[in-house]
Design a protein around this ligand. Structure first.
Ligand code: SAH
Ligand code: SF4
Length: 388
């Protein structure tokens, strides 16, 4: 009787194997208990996957043969598929990644001195439709699974063939600032960030894993109870009237409510010295005037934060303009004079469309562009052949 159940369960598992790539330590322990194995196997397998980059159970030499075979029947370690990889002149590397069901997302690695920051996507598209964001223009397609999110870290390290080279880390920082609103894919993002910070997986410090949100307040309140990741908030405007236009979710959760939730988030952290990164995309003539800077300085005066200014990155479907370097400097100066720590995000990977807000909208376009280039090249070839 038992064997009949076991064998039919096995058959079912053959159809739908558990992808171990996205399992946190507790989830991996639960998996091993569920298949009748000891809990300590979880740490061994986590290390094989995330320290050594192994996807084949046969290579897991500290597991017995029977266990390796059982795992091969019941489970798999399946990273998402890389569709393309582009290297920028400045060292930025960008991948287009196909996720189950056919959607595309992008991941970008930005090296900078001793640091290398991986910008990770959490959804295919985004439902929040911020007026300056190309991802928003695509609408929402679907959430990524935890395996597809952590799989972006795995693939980045794999692409440099750098698993096991523990003293030269390919990824030192992760920002959840790729496509999608991470707080609208809560469980999978929390699981993936847990793996980023888990010593038996990537062991990145909690200060170096940052979630960026446009302000989904109830989810942010919930996050305070389960995560210690750093927080960035996409503010982009110093008052509700303007923010309602740029970041429509502001109509539901206005600035005062959002800042209160951010404050609660950092107050809940064990490490009391944390601050929130306030992101402010500067758009020429829209939110980049002196009065906006002064209003922002006033708004944030008792708020524990640093400010990151992001000059708007243009994309085809947008009429917004990027402000001049002088306009950015003037805005920056007002905030510095008011006592803030302010950084300006330099645009990286511009030659490969890897900058903030340029993701995948451009991949689709790039494919069309590639098609146009190919047609043009074919025509040229034909002409060349005709002439010769
Ligand atoms: N959904 C999350 C995270 C992804 S967006 C959020 O909105 O925070 C990551 C950052 O890039 C956000 O601060 C976002 O406002 C910014 N961004 C989006 N489009 C941009 C563009 N075209 N130019 C500059 N920054 C942009
Ligand atoms: Fe979504 Fe963030 Fe883009 Fe807004 S800025 S549409 S929340 S990805």
């Amino acid at each position: 009787m038992t064997s009949v159940i076991a064998s039919s369960a096995d058959q079912q598992q053959q159809v739908e194997k558990t992808n171990l790539l996205g399992l946190t330590l507790p989830a991996m322990e639960a998996f091993f208990l569920e298949i009748g194995e000891k809990k300590f196997r979880a740490v061994q397998v986590l290390k094989w996957i995330h320290h050594h980059g192994v996807t084949d159970f046969e290579q897991m030499t500290n597991l017995g043969k029977a266990l390796r075979e059982k795992l091969a029947r019941r489970a798999e370690i399946r990273p998402p598929e890389i569709v393309s990889q582009h290297d920028s002149n400045d060292g930025t590397r960008k991948w287009a990644i196909r996720v189950d069901g056919g959607g595309l997302v992008e991941t970008v690695l930005i090296p900078d001195g001793n640091r290398a920051t991986l910008c990770v996507s959490s959804q295919v598209g985004c439902s929040l439709d911020c007026s300056f964001c190309s991802t928003g223009k695509q609408g929402f397609q679907r959430d990524l699974s935890a395996a597809e999110i952590i799989g972006q870290v795995w693939l980045a390290i794999k692409s440099y063939d750098a698993f096991q080279q523990s003293n030269s880390r390919v990824v030192t920082n992760v920002v959840m600032m790729g496509m999608g609103e991470p707080l609208l894919n809560f469980d999978n993002v929390v699981a993936a960030m847990d793996l980023m910070m888990e010593d038996n997986a990537y062991g990145i410090s909690k200060r170096r894993v940052t979630l960026s949100t446009s302000g989904v307040v109830p989810a942010l309140d919930a996050l305070a109870k389960v995560s210690e990741a750093s927080l960035a908030v996409s503010l982009h405007a110093p008052n509700d009237a303007l923010r309602n236009e740029l970041v429509p979710i502001n109509r539901k959760y206005p600035i005062s409510v959002l800042l209160e939730s951010c404050r609660n988030y950092i107050d809940a952290q064990s490490d009391k010295k944390r601050v929130v990164t306030v992101e402010y995309t500067l758009i020429a003539g829209v939110n980049d005037q002196r009065e906006h800077a002064l209003e922002l300085a006033e708004l944030l005066k008792d708020f524990p934060c640093k400010i990151n200014l992001i000059p708007f990155n243009t994309f085809d479907q947008s009429d917004y303009q990027r402000p001049s370097g002088n306009a950015v400097s003037r805005f920056w100066q007002v905030l510095v004079d008011a006592g803030y720590i302010v950084t300006v995000r330099t645009t990286r990977g511009d030659d490969i469309d890897a900058a903030c807000g340029q993701l995948v909208g451009q991949v689709v376009d790039r494919t069309r562009r590639a098609e146009r280039y190919r047609q043009a090249a074919d025509q040229n070839n034909e002409q060349a052949t005709g002439q010769s």
